[in-house]
Write a protein of this length. Structure first.
Lengths: 276, 188
């Protein structure tokens, strides 16, 4: 009856009011966002101009600091701290860096393969009563104890450089295997098998001979743990493959002995592209 | 439609905030790189800094001095330990966008008694857990450049190397050189 009708009208009016409020709020929100975006755009443009001016060249100290007045003592010290930190970062790039601790030194050994820096490893050394390794992040398959036994007490420098050789070679071998899997998986067949130390790799890859594709099996043994190139290479073709492939296998075997793994595969790919 | 307009603005705001942050960092880096204060100026600043805050009893004002001294001790230790003395270092940030920072570095010093001057470009990329670093355009000038072994080694390192191989080899070479020099002296 009338009551129900009235209730319905009330409900509709209520809904309309809620909708109106929503629309107003949306409008307000949009206006706020628009304003904020405009403000940020202004800030961004201002900064861009500042940076451009800076890049164009500074007129001595006056241009170098935002206010031409004498820099505060705090600003000078903060500058010096930043520049010391930058210098310490240079040490990181040289392979051996560290910081003094209350009871000794914490060394950081960084590794790199060509231009790419890889993982770094820490060694927390105590110097009293004798030099000892308190903590470290060297993986267990690196012969740390062996190297420490030989050099730690007598020549810390040599200890670190031998350890660095091991770590850098391991990082380099791992890098090559990773690069192979990442960029040349189309040439590989199946999975690349490797041990933690990355000094034993076994995998199969495709070799094309005009129209046919054959599978080569490779076993790479890196006998020298401080080296990134294998000491033993075995390349074999599937039994029953044509005799001419034996020459290719020998050539590849030689290549793997002399060149980094991923570079060898890069040259295979290039050779294939040239033929096509 | 209002909703999509909001989204457009929100996206723009986020990208602007990111850009502002990077520009501010770039500006600060460039300020840092184009400024130089001598050791005397540093010493004077330490004294004046201590005077300024002597009255206040807050602990943090001595932190800067303590931090400075701790960094200097670490640096001095590393130079003595490794035999690598950096005599000057300058860098210039040439790019700072997204998570990439590219800087050109110039570094001179001695490794034991061998003087060097190296320049390189350093690309750092911030990813989830760490910062990756790649060196390129490495250029090495050694004082004792006439040595043929040295120049062969230098050009091979320039092409594929990094500072790790460079300093590792310089240290070995310097050791060998020193050993040879002492041996000759012995026979004089």
């Amino acid at each position: 009856g009338v009551l129900t009708h009235l209730e319905m009208l009330e409900a509709r009016a209520y809904e309309a009011a809620v909708k109106q409020e929503e629309t107003e709020q949306q409008g307000e929100k949009l206006a706020r966002l628009k304003e904020r975006a405009r403000e940020l755009r202004r800030q961004r443009d201002e900064l861009r101009a500042k940076v451009e001016l800076q890049q164009k060249g500074q007129g001595g100290k006056e241009g170098a600091l935002s206010d031409p007045a004498q820099p505060s003592a705090r600003a000078v010290l903060e500058w010096k701290i930043k520049s010391l930190k930058a210098m310490l970062q240079m040490f990181y790039l040289t392979g051996i860096s560290g910081k003094l601790t209350k009871r000794g030194v914490c060394f950081c050994v960084s590794t790199a393969y060509e231009g790419t820096y890889l993982d770094s490893y820490h060694l927390d050394l105590l110097t009293q009563p004798e030099v000892q390794i308190y903590r470290h992040s060297v993986p267990t398959f690196i012969p740390l104890e062996q190297v420490a036994k030989k050099y730690l007490q007598t020549d810390i420098r040599r200890f670190l450089s031998v350890l660095s050789d091991h770590l850098n070679a391991y990082a380099g071998r791992r890098y090559q295997a990773d690069q192979l899997q990442e960029h040349f998986s189309d040439q590989l067949e199946g999975t690349l098998q490797r041990n933690s130390l990355c000094n034993l790799l076994v995998f199969n890859y495709h070799v094309s001979n005009q129209s046919e594709t054959f599978l080569f099996n490779v076993r790479l043994l890196y006998g020298d743990l401080c080296c990134c190139l294998p000491t033993e290479v075995t390349v074999s073709c599937t039994p029953g493959a044509p005799a001419c492939l034996a020459a290719t296998a020998a050539a590849h075997s030689d290549l793997f002995r002399r060149t980094a793994l991923h570079k060898a595969f890069r040259s295979f790919r290039r050779a294939e592209e040239n033929v096509d | 439609m209002d909703n999509s307009n909001c989204q457009v603005y929100e996206d723009e705001i986020q990208s602007l905030e990111e850009e502002i942050k990077q520009l501010a960092e770039l500006y600060e880096d460039s300020q840092q790189e184009s400024t130089f204060f001598s050791d005397e100026e540093i010493l004077m600043s330490i004294k004046s800094f201590q005077r300024e805050f002597r009255r206040e009893s807050k602990g943090h004002q001595s932190d800067l001095k303590a931090q400075l001294e701790s960094l200097e001790r670490d640096l001095s230790f590393l130079m003595k330990f490794t035999g690598i003395q950096f005599t000057s270092h300058s860098k210039k940030t040439v790019e700072k966008t997204g998570n990439r920072t590219v800087q050109k570095h110039r570094l001179s010093g001695n490794c034991h008694s061998l003087s060097f001057q190296i320049e390189f470009q350093l690309l750092e990329m911030q990813n989830k857990e760490n910062v990756s670093a790649v060196i390129s355009d490495l250029s090495i000038v050694m004082e004792s450049g006439e040595d043929s072994d040295m120049s062969k080694f230098v050009s091979s390192t320039e092409e594929h190397g990094n500072l790790v191989t460079l300093f590792r080899s310089l240290s070995s070479y310097a050791e060998w050189h020193e050993h040879r020099r002492r041996t000759f002296l012995h026979f004089k």
